[in-house]
Every structure is written in C-alpha cells, then in structure tokens.
Design a protein around this ligand. Structure first.
Ligand code: HEC
Ligand code: HEC
Length: 460
C-alpha cells in the first residue's frame, strides 16, 4: 500500500487571489535584464507593470473556455473536451479504443485517460519511497503525467495535444496564440495577463497552458469526491451486500488484491483514496490488433521504455522498466468503454476478468499458443505475478464469475454524483477502423457541435 499525500497544487500557492501589491516595485525600474531572476518571465511571476496577478477564479474560467474551444485546433474542430469528455469524468466520449485527432491518418495508439483525480499526481521518479510506513522500501518508478509518466506537469501536458499532429495539430506555438488572440475570451486574457499579452508568443502560450493547468485543479470540476463510496467513507451511505462483498474482495490480498495497487482506504492523515498509488507496473495487457500502429508487427508500445518516452532508451538498467504503465485511478471507471493503455478491453467485467484469468486461461487473452503477445520475451521477468495473477493454464481462477460481478458492483460505487450512471456510448461511425466495438447505428454528430462547457459561476 502506498498512501498518497493530498495537497493543493503548488501552482495555486503561486497564484494568490490578488498579487502582492508591492511585488512589482521590489524590482528596481531600471534593473538590468540580466539581473532579473528567470522566474520574472513566468506567467505566475509578479507583473512588472504592477497589475494584480490573475486570480485562481479568473484562470479557472479562462482554462475552462480554452478546454472547450475547438478553434484552438488546426481546422477548428477538436477541443480538449472532444477526447476528455466532462460527461464521462473527462474520459473518452465513446467506445473507440483511441480517439482521432485532426488528421485521420495520424491516429494515436493510447486510450484517453480520465483527467479527474490527478490533482495530487506526483512528478515521475524512478525510486519512490513511502512517506508513511516503511520508507526504506524502494517502490520503483512512480508518477508523472500520461500512461508512461513522461510529462512532468499538466502545464507541460497541455503543449502536447495542442502541437501534436495526432491531436490538435497546430504547427507551432504562434499558431495557437493567433487563435487565442481571435477567441471569444481574448479580452479576458488581456485583462488577466496584460494588454500586450499577445505580442509575445512565449508569454501568451505560457499563460494559456497555466490557465489550462489551473482549470484542471478546480475541485468542483476535477475532484468532487462525491461518489457513493465517498459518502460511505463519511458514514453517510451504506453499501449493498453485493457492493460490500466486492469491496472485501477488492481489498483481500489473497483474492482480488486490487487495493495493493489501486488504493481504496483513506490515508492515515485522512485524505480520501484515489484508487491508484501511481506506480508503474507491467501487467501484460494483450496487444490491440485493431490499432493502426499495430499493423506493423515490429511496433510495440513498451510504456516506460518507449517509443513515446525516450529518456530510458539505451540505458541498460531500463530493461526492467519495459512494458510498464502507470496504474490508473479507478474513480469513474464504470463510465468507460475502453480499458487499459491501448483500449483493448471494452467492458468493465472483462477488465476485471483479465486479472482473474490471465494466467489460467491465456489463450482467451492472447490467442492459442501465443502467450503474452505484446511484451517481448526479453522482458518477461517484468511481468507482475502478484495475486490475483498466478496459477497455470487450466487451474481455477482466483476469482469466480460471481466474485467478478461483486467487484464490478463495487467499482460502480466510485462514480461521482454529477455524472451519469451508465457508461459512455459505443463507438461512433466516425471511429470506424479505430474501434473494436460494434459501431453505433446513429449518425456521428459533428465534432464542433459537442460538447459544450457546463456553465459554472466560479472556481469553487
Ligand atoms: C485527440 C484526443 C486528445 C485531445 C484533443 C486531447 N487529449 Fe489529452 N490525452 C489524450 C491521450 C490519448 C492521452 C494519453 C497520452 C499518453 O499516455 O501518451 C492524454 C493525456 C492527457 C493528460 C495526462 C493524464 C494522465 O493520466 O496523466 C492530460 C493532463 C491531458 N491529456 C490534458 C489535455 C488537454 C489540456 C487538452 C487540450 C489542450 C487535451 N488533453 C487534448 C488524448 C487527447
Ligand atoms: C500489481 C498492481 C495492480 C493490481 C494488483 C491490480 N491492478 Fe488494475 N491496473 C494496474 C495497472 C498498471 C494498470 C494499467 C495497465 C496497462 O494499461 O497496461 C491497471 C488497470 C486497471 C483497469 C483499467 C482502468 C482504465 O482506466 O483503463 C481496471 C478496471 C483495473 N486495473 C482494475 C483492477 C482490479 C479490479 C484489480 C483487482 C482484481 C486490479 N486492477 C489489480 C495495476 C494493478
């Protein structure tokens, strides 16, 4: 178990509601540029013209406007929210394994993660030590944004989709800034960051990614802790007998053992669980043969050791990291139709069944005689074999079908109160070719038409 410390993002501490009035004057007017500390150019630095810092509420509303703005993509049709749909906990809007970006041919090979409950995600480290309990144990690679932890902050993260040809497809930062300057909220940006904000591409782009980051720290939007399980932890709700059995199986080290990675208990200091310890683990999910990238048999997504993450490539000790992906949180997981980093599984019970039968019925997962079809033989030792994994082909699985159903019933208690109780729709027509689910019979809605931002008054 690895308790997670919950703290407000450092960003918020750096962005006081009103800037220290005298902050600007502490920099002598004519100070030589070389004497000015580097942070002065950061978007959160005291404004040199003495204007108040943008408030958290201002940044949140700006970030919200950007998050839902399709004009920030090349071609003007894809917003952050097209892939991270607020109706499904900022997870994928439908059952397509991967979401298409601006160019059809340039499809990503990772499933869209939910953006809820990432507010205390630690930066990536190779050697994680617990703050509570046994702090001498090295718990290995932990944290970082994306499935392979390669991105250090939500601010840095926002650059990726804005500039990636597989996602929002802008040629460069200047293209994004031109769209911002033409946007409906350009005046709000000038008010928050200075009348001349659009004159300096770097500053304007930095302001935009800061606003997106602060928006993603909005408690009401991103970490409401309003699920039935939270109410149960507060002593204000009871679980049904089946849900309670599911929780017990989820926690039992000899049965589901899920909570050893997907933490389910409040931390000793009372923070509610995020259902992940953010550890990077290889569990050997099957290859998704329907992903366009996988048409090339030589292509493998090895998580920590590439291809998207490059800092470990060529380092000998990194062989132990191949095939590892960051453990996702399971809050709102019942709203998903795509599971695991490559979206190969499309039903929650099937995702739980994978744990029960990976080793007892490998043919079901990898096809006859194929064995672990994505993890190269050289990295087999990386595969996690803790319960509920284990056993030999033909053995009884660690969890019966009834027990799998109990765990699924429990996982459904993790859905936040403001979200629907049923999962995202099946894949839409537009996703033909990127989905392993039957296509939805209804016509694909125009991307630009959906979704619209929930109207919210203030940051909290
Ligand atoms: C075309 C679909 C698409 C669009 C558009 C998109 N994303 Fe993502 N997003 C993804 C995918 C796929 C990942 C996982 C990437 C990976 O693991 O390499 C991701 C990952 C993230 C993460 C990291 C989450 C985690 O679990 O660490 C954040 C934060 C994020 N996106 C924010 C944004 C923001 C902000 C925007 C708009 C500026 C945006 N995304 C636009 C598909 C998209
Ligand atoms: C040893 C650590 C570990 C244990 C034990 C574990 N998981 Fe996971 N879980 C992971 C990792 C790592 C992933 C992502 C793997 C990937 O995509 O390659 C994951 C992914 C998932 C997902 C997919 C979520 C998504 O957003 O795609 C579900 C559902 C899930 N686990 C449920 C469970 C349940 C239920 C149990 C117990 C029966 C369990 N896990 C036990 C580490 C673990």
């Amino acid at each position: 178990m690895r308790p997670t410390i919950v703290f407000l993002a450092a960003t918020l501490a750096l962005v006081p509601a009103r800037g220290p009035a005298g902050a600007a004057s502490s920099v002598p007017a004519g100070a030589a540029a070389s004497a000015a500390p580097a942070y002065l150019d950061a978007p959160y630095a005291p404004a040199r013209d003495g204007r108040p810092q943008p408030s958290v509420a201002q940044l949140t509303e700006l970030g919200r406007a950007m998050f839902f703005d399709p004009t920030l993509s090349a071609g003007g049709r894809i917003a952050c929210a097209s892939c991270h749909d607020p109706a499904y906990g900022y997870g994928p809007p439908d059952g397509a394994a991967v979401q298409p970006g601006v160019t059809r041919g340039n499809v990503a090979f990772r499933a869209v993660p939910s953006l809820r409950y990432l507010h205390s995600l630690p930066a990536f480290t190779e050697h994680h030590h617990d703050d509570e309990g046994d702090d001498s144990a090295d718990l290995g690679p932990t944290g970082g944004h994306t499935w392979d932890g390669r991105v250090s902050s939500a601010r840095e993260q926002a650059r990726l989709p804005l500039l990636s040809p597989a996602e929002m497809g802008n040629a460069d930062e200047a293209a994004v800034v031109r769209s911002l300057a033409r946007s409906a909220y350009a005046a709000q940006m000038r008010a928050a960051f200075g009348a001349d904000v659009f004159d300096d591409t770097r500053r304007a782009f930095g302001a935009a990614t800061l606003a997106l980051e602060v928006f993603q720290q909005s408690p009401r939007d991103f970490y409401p802790y309003s699920s039935r399980y939270d109410e149960y932890l507060r002593g204000r709700a009871v679980l049904t007998p089946q849900e309670a059995r599911g929780l017990a199986l989820f926690d039992d080290p000899a049965k589901g053992n899920c909570a050893s990675c997907h933490l389910s208990a409040p931390t000793p200091d009372g923070a509610f669980p995020l259902f992940t310890d953010f550890g990077h683990i290889a569990i050997g999910v099957p290859r998704n043969r329907l992903l366009p990238a996988n048409a090339d048999p030589r292509f493998v997504d090895l998580g920590l050791c590439g291809p998207l993450r490059t800092d470990f490539i060529g380092r000998p000790e990194a062989a132990a990291y191949c095939g590892r992906f960051r453990t996702p949180g399971l809050r709102n997981v019942a709203l998903r139709r795509v599971f695991f980093h490559n979206g190969v599984v499309h039903a929650l019970d099937e995702a739980v069944r994978f744990y029960a039968t990976r080793d007892t019925d490998p043919a079901h997962w990898y096809g006859p005689d194929r064995g672990l079809d994505e993890l190269p033989a050289a990295y087999r030792a990386n595969l996690n074999t803790d319960p509920p994994f284990g056993g030999r082909p033909g053995d009884a699985p660690a969890l019966s079908e009834a027990e799998i159903a109990d765990i699924v019933a429990f996982l459904k208690t993790l859905t936040d109160a403001d979200l629907p109780s049923s999962p995202a729709p099946l894949a839409r027509d537009r996703d033909a070719g990127t989905s392993t689910t039957p296509q939805s019979p209804r016509p694909a809605p125009g991307r630009a038409a959906r979704p619209s931002p929930p109207s919210r008054g203030s940051a909290r």
